[in-house]
Each structure stands twice: as C-alpha cells, then as structure tokens.
Design a protein around this ligand. Structure first.
Ligand code: ZN
Ligand code: ZN
Length: 358
C-alpha cells in the first residue's frame, strides 16, 4: 500500500502523532463500521481504513518510532467497543440496583456510653459521583459539536501549505457530538448527599470496634428532596474518650483509683464512690485497699453481662496535722493504749505487759 495514500485514507498528514493516528482511525471505524453504516461501500471503506492504519503502524514500528503502548489493532477495536458497551450496560444495571455507598467515620464515646450503650444522632455530607452523568460532569446532546460541526476533527494551523492536517476535536473528544454541563451537578461530576441517622450503640463496644449500620435510603439534600436517593451504609470506628475517674485495663476490667480519708478508712466509714451509673455508697474496711463491685464494670462482650468493677483506695492522712489535730491524736493514742493494757491478749497489750514485767 502506498504510504501517502494510507495517510490520505485516514485524513492525516505524515507528521501526525501516534495519538492523532489512533483517534482518526477510531473515528473512521465508528463512522464506517458496516454494523452502523448502511452504505453499500461501507464494508470496502472499512477494509481500506484498517489496511491504511495497519500499514502506517507497521511502518512506524519498523522505523523505531514510539508507538502508543496501549494502541490496539483493528481486531481488538471491535473487542474494545464490545467491552465498552458491556461496561456501559453493567454501569446502568448497577445504577438501577442502587449501589451500596458507605460512609466511614470514627465516633468517640465516653466510657459511660460504651458501658451502658447509647443512642446518637449522626449527620454529615456524603460526596459521591453524580448519579445523572455518572461523574462525567457533562451530558452528550443529540446535535453536532459546534466546534467541529460534527466531524470530530478540527483543522490544525496550516504549515507549509498542508491544509488537511487535522486533530481530534477536544471539545467533543472526537465523536462529533455536542456536550453540555450536567445540570444535576453543575458540571462538577460530584453530588453531596446530606444525611442524618439515629444510631444505637450497644453496650460493650470498645476502642477499635467497628459498628456497621446497614444501608437505608436517605433522601438527597433538601433542595433535591425526592429527586434521588441513595442506599447509604455507615461504618463507624469506635474510639473511647479518656475518663478522668475510670480506666479500662488491658484485661477489660473497669478500674478506679480514689483517695479516701485515712481516718474514715480506719473507722470503716461509708464513702461515695463513682460508678458508671453515678455515685454509690461503699463501706471502707481498714484491712482492704481494693474493693470489687460485682457486675458494675465493663461488659464482658458486646451486649454481654457486666464484669466487675475494682475500686482501689488510697487512705490519706494530713501531711502536717495542726495543733487541734495533734491533741486529738494524742487523746486517741492514750485511750487506745489503755484499751490495749486492759486486754492482755492483744499483741500491743501483751507487749506492754512484758516490758513492764522486767
Ligand atoms: Zn452530573
Ligand atoms: Zn467537536
């Protein structure tokens, strides 16, 4: 095949780039494919277009020129077209079946909320590809492209008298159809869905847990109410805020460390202790520093029974007792010594007796 004729067949100048070559060939195939073109000589034109394309390709590859790595031969073109059609059909099917959209976000609960469970109203804006234009930001109209008058190619600035030097039209991408910005997304290709959902957090969730809320229909934002809807699922990653009183240890045991009045501790008084439900009375015992409150701790599993709650007390005595305090302490020591002396079986009483007997 004559090289000059091959370029002529494709409407190109020999200086055309590989991309221009490919674009032109694709446009001509789209025009002359016998499946789409009823003209009597469509089959013959198709053959010569393919021959010309192959000829130039071989020529360029042989000359060691860079050939677009992803360019395909004519045989693959039909496979490519079929694949594109299938992809479009699949996209339409997927759109009809309302594809699953998932909002992923983290939610921070207080320790009390994690222990007892809670309900929160969550809301946000979910950005997604425009449902009207499938993210393209434009729609294809029936009329011919105004830039190329439907030919799909524009004339390049003539150089050295070459007037038939053409380039694929950038306004229509070479298919010759007019484009208009998509009205649904203002040409952005993206839409934002305002959503709001009441979510129930079961008791026993811990940091790192993921709560999945199944898809539910959320109407599009107020301005577009009723116009469209999405199936929106939530994937909530749990965080637990640090607490100033409680701590969850590595074994999942709820703990609290609290200072108590040393004398109240010695006297076995009742004190207020914080629990996830609020303040509660607990009786101190001078033999114990750790107290186990059964069934008042963190759930052993999500929705499981409550574990134990461990309270560690630190008896606190005044660092520098004042005079009144000193007097009271002296009185206390005096009376307890007398009580010990009166009861010789007590270790202190027995010891004092032994000293006096020497
Ligand atoms: Zn759109
Ligand atoms: Zn155009």
């Amino acid at each position: 095949m004559d090289t000059h004729l091959a370029y002529e067949e494709l409407g190109l100048h020999p200086s055309a780039s590989d991309a221009e070559l490919k674009a032109s060939w694709r446009r001509l195939v789209a025009t002359w494919h016998p499946d789409r073109n009823g003209a009597a000589d469509a089959g013959r034109r198709m053959q010569s277009i393919n021959k010309a394309y192959q000829h130039i390709r071989q020529l360029r590859e042989g000359a060691g020129e860079d050939v677009d790595a992803e360019s395909n031969g004519p045989a693959e073109a039909e496979a490519e077209a079929a694949a594109a059609a299938q992809a479009a059909a699949e996209a339409a099917e997927a759109a009809a079946a309302a594809p699953l959209h998932t909002v992923v976000r983290s939610v921070r609960l207080t320790l009390e909320e994690a222990i007892l469970g809670c309900t929160r109203t969550l809301s946000g804006h979910y950005r997604h590809p425009c449902t009207e234009c499938v993210g393209k930001g434009q729609r294809v109209l029936a009329q011919a492209c105004s830039s190329c008058h439907g030919s799909g190619a524009v004339h390049k600035a003539a150089l050295f008298g070459w007037l038939w030097n053409q380039e694929a039209c950038t306004d229509c991408g070479g298919d010759g159809r007019q484009r208009a910005p998509c009205a649904a997304c203002d040409g952005q290709g993206e839409q934002s869905l305002a959503w709001r959902k009441r979510v129930r957090f079961p008791p026993g969730l811990r940091a790192g847990h993921v709560l999945e809320v199944p898809a539910a229909r959320h109407a599009e934002g107020a301005a577009r109410a009723g116009e469209g809807a999405l199936e929106l699922a939530l994937e909530l990653r749990l965080e637990i805020a640090p607490h100033d009183l409680f701590a969850l240890d590595a074994e999942g045991v709820l703990r609290c460390a609290m200072p108590v009045n040393g004398y109240a501790w010695m006297a076995g008084h009742w004190v207020d202790v914080p629990t996830p439900e609020g303040l509660q009375q607990m009786r101190l015992n001078r033999d114990a520093l750790v107290y186990r409150l059964r069934g008042q701790g963190f759930p052993t599993a999500v929705r499981g029974p409550r574990g134990d709650y461990l309270v560690t007390v630190t008896p606190v005595f005044p660092a520098e007792p004042d005079a009144a305090h000193e007097a009271l302490l002296a009185q206390l020591i005096d009376s307890s010594n007398r009580a010990a002396d009166a009861e010789p079986t007590q270790p202190l009483g027995a010891w004092r007796k032994r000293l006096q007997g020497r």
